[in-house]
Design a protein around this ligand. Sequence first.
Ligand code: UDP
Ligand code: MG
Length: 335
Amino acid sequence: MTAPDDSARTRPELVVVVPVFNEADNIEPLLARLTPVLERVAASHRIVFIDDGSRDATLETLRRVHAGDPRLTAVSFSRNFGKEIAIAAGLDHADADAVVIMDADLQHPPEVIEDFVAKWRDGYKNVFGQRVDRATDSHLRRMFARRFYSLFDMFGETPLPAGAGDFRLLDRQAVEALRAMPERARFSKGLYAWIGFKSIGVPFQVAERAFGSTKFSYRKLTRFALDGIMSFSTLPLKVWSYVGTVISMFALVMAVFFIIQTLMYGIDVPGFASLIVSVMFLGGIQLLSLGVLGEYIGRIFAEVKRRPLYLVGERIGVGGDAAENPAPARHGART
Ligand code: UDP
Ligand code: MG
């Protein structure tokens, strides 16, 4: 979709970014299904695996598949940085006309990429897979997700398309927009929606995970959800001034009521219970609002430290130097 220029000759048409965390068993089954699709839909392609600090044989597997096919490349992190950051690293290392992001566990059917590419050729720059249901998730996780997305709808300043996730195709222009976003607390789903561009959903059925189990603990999911809300909404910060106003108005009315009561009926000693309850209630509200402030300040702190987003332990078949891999538009290098 971009005008052909000099670099277009070496630049593949399509790059697939696959974050992997302890997925040694899934890599080859994935390639077996993905490669034929890519051969069909793209003039040239490459796959960039982001090894997110795996502790199993993932890295060895990646080395082996690269030896067999140089188009299969990898970037290996020095430790686990999380899927969101792995995706960011993937985009940094994906110099192509279009980039597809997908999971390694075959929950994202590779055949859907054909539809993605067709839409891209029609001129869409942000083609997202839309899961038709969440049947493959556990009940608890589904409930968690529902709660989170309704909260995000309420608080978030960026509407998210229903059912959209990381499985998607991004045009070069959209990739560049994402690369220019410097934030550390990355909530990709929000970022994809925030950048805009001509977007369209392609419905797909999420498959069962091929091998292994989910790499997302509830702890990781909670952190992910908090990052999501806090990086796309400032309402949790502002709501306390309203709560505070309402409570102090109420307290004022109470005070007037008590004064009048005292003047009319004299001092009434009982009232201990209501006193304790209101003190505890206000104490709770104050701690809660302090906690919210803390969450934001913690994120501001993480941003101002300007640490690199990730550290690379090893690159397999992808350049780390400027010539092979142009420096990201972000301020400074990311490694
Ligand atoms: N993943 C990752 N880093 C993590 C957790 C997950 O790179 O810290 C990868 C994982 O290897 C997989 C994708 O992200 O390719 C989706 O993870 P998973 O299938 O565990 O999540 P779920 O499908 O349960 O949401
Ligand atoms: Mg999965």
